[in-house]
Design a binder for this molecule. Sequence first.
Ligand SMILES: N[C@@H](CCC(=O)N[C@@H](CS)C(=O)NCC(=O)O)C(=O)O
Length: 220
Amino acid sequence: MAALKLAIGNKNYSSWSMRPWLALRANDIPFTETVIPLYTDDPADKEKILAFSRAGKVPVLLDGDITVWDSLSIIEYIAERYPEKKLWPDDAAARARARSVCAEMHSGFAALRNECGMNLHRPVRAVALSEDAKANVVRVQEIWRDCRARYAAQGPFLFGRFGAADAMYAPVVHRFRTYAIEVGPEARAYMETMMALPAFQEWTRDGIAETLVIEKFENV
Ligand SMILES: N[C@@H](CCC(=O)N[C@@H](CS)C(=O)NCC(=O)O)C(=O)O
């Protein structure tokens, strides 16, 4: 079986790319990666993304002649192709909840995303957040606290073992860390669990080692 290919953006900045990358790496699923620099002045870089998917966005997964684009669809595809990795919980109620929190992340939290862009090499420093972003921070913590209260007996991640929901929320751990956002003890414990995950550490190391700077994401 040919190895999966994942096209991603700069690891320093591309939170959407981090999600499926982690879902694969944390579950020891073999794949090759292609890093395409984002938002450069070189139109060839955009062409490279378009060659993977006409949507013109990363991440994109290639599995033979199957193309899957969009981080959540890729995670769904991986879950289906590797059911033994249990990216979704076995229990139907837990699975419904996991899907809901993933969809909530995918379609929401715009203020937090805009005001606290993932930027691994940014020195840790607090910024003044809007009321909407503050509400996002409260809601993320509520989700994490609720999941941990329900599923702690099954493991240290949101639904026990590392799964789709953790992959979707991992970039938020970086956002909270980099922008020195104050969190409660349950959120802190979950962040520490995530930051100790070897796959999370590998992505972070790779991102920090990148030298390409995207001006519009700096000085925030
Ligand atoms: N909803 C998409 C969003 C993907 C997205 O916005 N990707 C950005 C990078 S993080 C991108 O490819 N930007 C390049 C461009 O617009 O040229 C997903 O979850 O995969």
